[in-house]
Design a protein around this ligand. Structure first.
Ligand code: PLP
Length: 394
């Protein structure tokens, strides 16, 4: 009998966390590494939110809450859902979890029987396939392409459907590609999913971060036909720069929320009480800091895309949302060696340019790399200069 369960044999550690950890180790050893790997805002949590948490501690909000979260917070999430997605929402259609990642984990645990298939547009967030496997499901990747702005078409969806398909996972704006669905694209894919009878879980954690003339479109677009089958994942991590507070929201069918609450009650009891108070302050407080953040991200994106496209062998499309660029590096790989991969290129960049990027392979996109621009303009310019100089020597 092996020590560690066989369920874990097929699970990979998170690739993004690994790169970030390696960069941190190099930094600790005195190497001046510029990090483009971590998917978290470099802005600080707004002061009014941090202050609300301090006040909450002093006021004694240090005990358990209901498993699905504080009623006030669930009401605030329901109100925000109505505002953002135009859909009346009741508090018992909301669950508060320990980050959006944990919402997804609870969702898969609640929904999947052994062998149930979850269709995931690829490239995708590294944790999706492994979370599905952990819950006993089977991740089925459905390819998207840069020509289509990384959006899943109904035709591509139809091609991967089998009799075991149960859930379609959407992520717009997308990590790692930055692709977003417009209304027609969202409607087309949701209509197709409904016609097949799939449940849809929509990870909308980057909904506030869209650029140019693009607009965020929820999977709950106003005339969506079967709301009960659409489950929304949201949270405070990206919009409010609250990654370390670990608060995420699940919004959808009561039966699914109840099942997820049962899991949560046995696993963690409730999301951290002080963090729930901070999230409540975030949802009820001003959002006046956000336009400046979005504008700053947009300028960084423009600088990074422009700089990367100036490097021979790298082609970087302009992403529409989130805070990632996802360049195609296939043309540069042969200069590294006959069978060189994006994983080799990322390791080479870390060693030769002291720049940390994440290879595309763990996202399901060999030949690509991902750079997060949630870092200062100065570091972005310096990082691109280093990459360009190193690549010139190849
Ligand atoms: C697409 C996507 N979903 C979910 C998460 C996790 O969010 P949280 O930190 O709230 O768990 C991330 C974090 O990088 C993400 O990129």
């Amino acid at each position: 009998m092996s020590k560690i369960s066989s369920r874990l044999a097929a699970i990979e550690p998170s690739a993004t966390l690994l790169v970030t950890q390696k960069a941190g180790e190099l930094r600790a050893a005195g190497v001046d590494v510029i990090g483009f790997s971590a998917g978290e805002p470099d802005f600080s949590t707004p002061v009014h939110i941090a202050e609300a948490a301090k006040t909450a501690i002093d006021a004694g909000h240090t005990r358990y809450t209901p498993a699905a979260g504080m009623v006030e917070l669930k009401r605030a999430v329901a109100a925000q859902n109505q505002l953002v997605r135009g859909v009346p929402t009741a508090e018992d259609e909301v669950i508060v979890c320990t980050g959006a990642k944990h919402v997804l984990y609870n969702y898969f645990m609640a929904m999947l029987d052994e062998g149930d298939e979850v269709i995931i547009p690829s490239p995708c967030y590294v944790s999706y396939p492994d979370q599905v496997r952990l819950a006993g499901g089977v991740p089925v990747l459905a390819p998207t392409s840069v020509e289509n702005n990384w959006v899943l078409t109904p035709e591509a969806l139809a091609q991967v459907v089998t009799s075991r398909s149960k859930v379609l996972l959407l992520n717009s704006p997308c990590n790692p590609t930055g692709g977003i669905y417009n209304l027609a694209q969202m409607k087309a894919v949701i209509d197709k999913a409904h016609s097949i009878g799939l449940y849809v879980v929509s990870d909308e954690i980057y909904r506030s971060l869209v650029y140019d003339a693009h607009e965020f479109v929820s999977a709950l677009y106003s005339d969506s036909v079967d709301r009960e089958r659409i489950f929304i994942v949201d949270g405070v991590s990206k919009t409010y720069a609250m990654t370390g507070w670990r608060i995420g929201f699940g919004i959808g069918d009561r039966e699914i929320v109840t099942a997820m609450t049962k899991i949560q009650g046995q696993a963690i009891t409730n999301a951290t009480t002080v963090s729930q108070q901070a999230a409540l302050a975030a949802l009820q407080g001003p959002l006046d800091f956000l336009p400046a953040w979005v504008s700053e991200y947009e300028q960084r994106r423009n600088t990074l895309v422009h700089g990367l496209n100036g490097i021979d062998g790298i082609t970087c499309p302009m992403p529409s949302g989130a805070f990632y660029v996802f360049p195609d590096v296939r043309a540069i790989l042969p200069r590294l060696g006959p069978n060189a991969t994006d994983v080799d290129f990322a390791a080479w960049l870390l060693d030769n340019a002291n720049v940390a990027v994440v290879p595309g392979t763990p996202f399901g996109a060999p030949g690509y790399i991902r750079l997060a621009y949630a870092t200062s303009m100065t570091l972005i310019k310096e990082g691109v200069t280093r990459m360009a100089e190193a690549c010139r020597r190849l």
